[in-house]
Design a protein around this ligand. Structure first.
Ligand code: PPE
Length: 304
């Protein structure tokens, strides 16, 4: 997406003008991918803008940083407040939110620990992620020739900037082959995730999704949809799955903060079909939840 420009960016504790949020070319993270980030969405509700599961996102940010021994310097609750302040200062009703902590300027070499850490929060309007028709009509995806790394190499559970090299390789390939998104298998050949989404299939009324131990990012949208589905009385099973199970699924969908809930129409040209009833029911409930229309899930919304 071409980045739209808003007014202010939060940088190391203060709001600065969008154009002033700059770093030196010798910033450690530019050379070694030494950063952690989050992707969060703020939605318009009847009670004003509300951020979906903001605290959980900032807790994951904190866990990512701690796994890399990175001192963010702000607590989870300070980051939560800073996100709200950034949205307010830009006067946005809905937006995408990108907190990022990275190793800064002053040190080179592969030991990152001596480098200073910078923290920023940017917000901008971000509409649909996988194209205009994706939410209603679904997308066509292909299994990538690139593999998701094993859990002992650049662990997928850490939302690190460096990890997205692999996602980008897979996305480039998928797009060049005419698919809207890629599915990554892990080194054991198990189905893992999309380049920026978790995966679900539906078979005989049961929902299946790969477990964290197969090397996925533990998505907050994934967690939300599992809870919503179980509350509807639908069985949800976390278990390993293989490529051919995707081909023979009754329904398939992907989910993530940016992508939201997207039906999958085909995998490697094997037609699954139009968006299925369970997929669309979950998608419809998801959008009502994030829009503040379902009281049972009100605690997931943090008002700005
Ligand atoms: N897997 C990966 C690899 C991933 O990047 C995401 C989010 C997910 C699963 C879903 O996680 P969650 O957002 O908590 O439900 N991808 C973010 C980055 C997208 C981007 O292009 O940048 C996002 O959706 O914000």
């Amino acid at each position: 997406m071409v980045l739209p420009k808003v007014d202010k960016i939060w940088m190391d504790g203060a709001l600065v003008d969008w154009d002033a949020a700059q770093v030196h070319v010798l910033t450690h993270a530019l050379h070694y991918g030494s950063g952690v980030f989050e992707g969060i969405r703020c939605y318009e509700t009847a009670d004003g803008p509300a951020v979906f599961r903001l605290t959980e996102h900032m807790e994951r940010f904190d866990r990512s940083a701690r796994m890399l021994l990175m001192e963010v310097g702000y607590s989870v609750s300070e980051m939560v407040e800073a996100v709200k302040e950034t949205i307010r200062s830009n006067k946005l009703d809905s937006c995408y939110i990108r907190p990022l902590a990275f190793r800064g300027y002053g040190v080179m070499g592969l030991d990152p620990l001596p480098a200073p850490v910078n923290v920023v929060i940017a917000v901008w309007p971000w509409g649909t992620y996988l194209g205009e028709d994706a939410l209603a009509k679904g997308v066509e995806v292909g299994v990538s020739s690139w593999r998701q790394r094993g859990v002992n190499a650049s662990p997928p559970a850490i939302k690190a900037t460096a990890n997205y090299l692999n996602s980008s390789l897979a996305r480039i390939e998928a797009n060049k082959h005419g698919y809207e998104e890629a599915i990554l298998l892990n080194e054991d050949g198990k189905v893992c995730e999309g380049t920026g989404e978790n995966i679900f299939i539906v078979k005989n009324g049961v929902i299946y999704t790969p477990p964290v131990s197969d090397g996925i990012l533990e998505g907050i949208t994934r967690d939300s949809l599992m809870a919503i589905a179980r509350d509807k009385g639908i069985e949800v099973v976390e278990r390993s799955m293989v490529r051919t199970e995707l081909y023979t699924a009754d329904e398939m969908f992907m989910c993530g903060t940016a992508a939201e809930v997207v039906p999958v129409r085909s995998v490697d040209g094997r037609v699954i079909g139009q968006a299925g009833p369970i997929t669309m029911d979950l998608q419809e409930t998801f959008f009502r939840v994030v829009g503040g229309k379902v009281p049972a899930y009100a605690s997931w919304l943090e008002h700005v």
